[in-house]
Every structure is written in C-alpha cells, then in structure tokens.
Design a protein around this ligand. Structure first.
Ligand code: 5AD
Length: 492
C-alpha cells in the first residue's frame, strides 16, 4: 500500500491536485523529500464535523512533512488536541487531557500543541496555565501551520498562530481521510453572524468562501478516488457565495456537484434558516444524488427568545422554510439544534419550543442547555435560568422528541430502503447501514458489506435506529460498492 501511495505522489502533476490518503496511511518520509526520519504524531479531535475535517487536513500537513500518524499519545513525538469551545464542558476537556502531562515525564521530549476554538479563545494564556504546551493555533491561522511547525523544528520553544485577520481558506496539498466512505469538504470557513450565544465568530474568524470551480474540482477528484458520498461543510454552509466572477449561488453549487458522474450521495451541513432558499429545495427535487436530509437549527420556538439570540428570523419565518421543505416531491428528513434555558427563557417560551417540535416533527434533535461563553453578547445578559431548571426542560424536550421519533420510525415498518453500509458489529453479526435520510439501519450482514449500497427492508424500529433484513434483487451479484482510494475493499 505504501508503495502505491508513493506512486500516486510521483504521478501528481507539478502544482497539481492535492492528494488524498486514507486513515492510517502515511507517505514514507523519503517520498516527501523532507528528511525528518520517523517522527510521529497523534491528534485527538473534539467537537463539530468541521473540527474533524480540519484534523484530517492538519494530519495531511504533518504527513507532507514526513511525520507518521500513530494511534496513541504515548507513541507520538507531536501530540495535538483540536479543541471545541462551543459549550463550557467541551472547552474543559482539553485541560483535563493536558493535566496528564503536567507532572512526571509523560510529556518529556514531546511537542504538545493545542489547535481549534479553545486555542483561539485562550491564546498565549495556555503557556502560563499549561507550560507543557508549545504550539497554540486557531483555525483561522491554519494556513500558517507549516511555517509554525518549521519554527518548532528549528528549535523554537513556543509558537502561536492566533490572527483572525485572514481572507484565506485552509488549503492543503494532502488530506488524510479518516472516513472511508464519506468524504468531507469544507466550502466556507468562519462565520459573520453574531448569534448572542455563539462563540464561533470569535474563534473561527470571518466568513471565507472557497471558489466554486475549486470545490467542483475537489469533488471530482474525490469521486475519481472512489468516494461515492460527499458532505459539504461550513459553519453556515448555505451562506456560501462563489467569490469567483461566475458567482454561483449555493443551490447552483449543489447542482454542479450533484451532476458529477459516479457520485451517489451529496449532503451539506449546517444550514442557517436566514439563508435557506426555495432554490435549495428545487435543487434537491431535481438531483436524486442530493440526500433526503436537511439539518436546519432553530434554537428556540419562541420569537422573543429568537430575537434575544439575534438569530435574524422569527418562529413564523422559520416555519415558512419548513413548509417549503415539506412541499418537496421527496420525503426530506429534518433535524435541528435547540438550546434550552437561554437567558430569560420563560416557561411559556419553552412551551413554544415544545409546540414547534410537535408541529415540525423532526427526525432528529440535538438539544443543549445554554452555556454562557466568552466573547459573546449573551455573556452580558443575565443567565437567569437555574441549572436544575435547564436540566428539567432538557429532559422534557428529549422525552417529547423520543415519542415523535418512535412514531415517525414506526411509519417506516415494511419499507425497503437503500443503505450505504458504514460499519459492522461483530458481536451482533450486524451490518450498520445509513439511509439517505441519515437514519441508522442495522441488518444481519458481514464485514465485506462495508462500503456497499444495499436494499434493506425495515422489520423493527426504535426511536433512534431501525432494524431490517436485506432484500436480494435480481442482478445483486454486481453490487455497487464505495470506498475512498481502494474501492470498497474495507473490512474484508
Ligand atoms: N450554549 C449551549 N448550546 C450552544 N450551542 C452553540 N452555542 C451554545 C451555547 N453557548 C449549540 C447550538 C448550535 C450547536 C452546534 O451548539 O444549538 O447550533
């Protein structure tokens, strides 16, 4: 395998397309021309999908410099934590990890770096609080990562990349892809909204859209490399606007990517209701490759709370978007994010949120207790809702949603659905499939099914997943399988 990859590297036209490497594969140091020997790195990622994909790109940057990925921090020369600060609990995780290196020799001789949103938020304070850290870099400065690593290699003890003042996107020559079936691709970085609860504009910098032509070329390369599913990413993915003179809208971009021959599934996340247009629904209607799934965070069902959150839409405006989606020719599955206990949320406001859930009938809801964050306007508001009350509201909301999901899933009993098999559970002898609506559908299968598209009939349901059995069709000998770079060979 290693040799194949070197050939890929050699086959690359000068200044040409970036490389894609599956997880666990590295370029041999000799293939890079940078003689760093067998130095190793380990990255642990917290938080959102954007972070997961940023880590794939950071891994690519390190591999292009001759570093080799390893599975544990004990085995690594460089240890990186890609952090999340969306809520206080998430932000604390990195400090507990770093605590392990405070005393004794666990971190001796190693480079320890902090990336991502907590890095941006805490900046050089990391060096005082956790002196074992030598690299602090926020995502808006990842374009400088090779230079920062160079400084560390040259013997610098402490380096930072903390500027938010950038118009650049993080482009890499090499990306290590950790998901063998679904390729992630960032199309827009940063965020210009000022939602009162959200730390992201302060940690990820201003919005920067990548060019439409580059995105389509990247997707084409991913499909050529064997991926059949692509997920386009952005903090607000549908705020994407083509910076090139062609000036495509987001819906046009979706259509262009969906038209790439060989692509079977196209998803995008996360959409903001303010930028959600009927053209996006029209693109889904006319391109079967676009999955029956939209994640559209509402945060609250109460218009006064939405106004305090500075979301830029009312409950009614949001429901109009939902109506438009429900008017699609396809049964589009909807999911959302909710914050309970935002500053000043009354019992009545909360009930408005419950009634919105009952009205929309989402297939999945991600709900969180409000957590005041630094550098947000919400920090200045009084956090009036006691913790126990936030917990009570969260529990009540999740219970209502559990019933909704169970009911909706029960309506699927007997239906035959196409799944992409993403995993295998040896203990249960079950293949783990995913439907176009992003539901998990388990069925008796085998490891060799991973990466294949199969038809499965739903035989039992729970609130969070479905169980089924495979439907064999004529001509099923020629199953279509997917797999980045190695064409569906995983798990066999
Ligand atoms: N407290 C609680 N939840 C938050 N989110 C964002 N900021 C906060 C916060 N301060 C939630 C929102 C967002 C999701 C990614 O995290 O629901 O959509």
């Amino acid at each position: 395998m290693g040799n194949d990859l070197i050939q890929i590297a050699n086959a690359r036209p000068p200044g040409g397309a970036p490389l894609e490497l599956p997880a666990g594969e590295g370029l041999a140091p000799s293939a890079t021309g940078i003689g760093l020997g067998a130095k190793t790195f380990y990255i642990e990622t917290f938080g959102c999908q954007m972070n997961v994909h940023d880590s794939e790109k950071v891994a690519g940057v390190l591999m292009a410099r001759g570093y080799r990925p390893v599975d544990s921090h004990q085995a690594a020369d460089i240890i990186l934590y890609n952090t999340c600060s969306i809520r206080e609990k998430a932000a604390q995780k990195v400090f507990s990890r770093l605590g392990a290196f405070r005393k004794g020799s666990a971190g001796a001789g190693k480079i320890i770096g902090v990336l991502g949103c907590v890095a941006q938020q805490e900046g050089e304070r990391f060096f005082e609080r956790t002196p074992q850290v030598s690299l602090v870099c926020g995502s808006a400065s990842y374009t400088q990562l090779p230079e920062l690593l160079g400084q560390l290699e040259a013997g610098n003890r402490r380096v930072t990349g903390l500027s938010l003042d950038t118009e650049d996107c993080f482009e890499t020559e090499l990306t290590r892809r950790d998901n063998l079936h679904r390729a992630y691709l960032t199309i827009i970085e940063g965020c210009d909204q000022r939602c009162a609860f959200c730390v992201v504009p302060a940690t990820r910098g201003p919005e920067r859209s990548r060019s439409g032509a580059k995105i389509v070329a990247d997707c084409q390369r991913l499909v050529d490399g064997g991926y059949t599913e692509i997920q386009l990413l952005g903090q607000i993915v549908n705020a994407w606007r083509d910076p090139q003179p062609a000036g495509w809208s987001f819906a046009e971009l979706l259509a262009r990517v969906a038209e790439i021959p060989g692509l079977r599934r196209l998803r995008f996340t996360t959409s903001h209701p303010r930028y959600f247009t009927s053209e996006i629904v029209a693109a889904i209607d006319s391109h079967p490759v676009l999955c029956n799934q939209i994640h559209l965070p509402v945060q609250s069902g109460s218009t006064p709370v939405l106004a305090r959150m500075r979301r830029g839409h009312t409950r009614e405006e949001y429901l109009e978007k939902i109506n438009c989606i429900r008017g699609s020719q396809r049964a589009i599955s909807l999911s959302t994010d909710i914050i309970v206990g935002f500053c000043g949320e009354s019992e009545r406001d909360f009930e408005e949120t419950l009634s919105l859930l009952a009205q929309v009938e989402y297939d999945q809801v991600f709900a969180f207790k409000f957590s005041p964050r630094p550098n947000t306007d919400g920090l200045g508001f009084q956090d009036t809702i006691p913790e126990e009350e936030k917990s009570r509201r969260l529990t009540a909301l999740l219970e209502l949603q559990r019933q909704i999901q169970l009911r909706r899933n029960q309506a699927l009993l007997g239906q035959v659905m196409e799944v992409l098999v993403e995993g295998y559970q040896p203990r249960l002898g079950q293949a783990v499939g995913r439907t176009t609506t992003n539901r998990v559908l388990n069925f008796p299968g085998e490891p060799a099914d991973i990466g294949c598209y199969m038809k499965v009939q739903v035989t039992a349901v729970g609130p969070n997943s479905l169980v089924g059995s495979r439907v064999l069709e004529q001509g099923d000998g020629a199953l279509e399988c997917s797999g980045g770079l190695t064409g569906g060979q995983y798990g066999s």
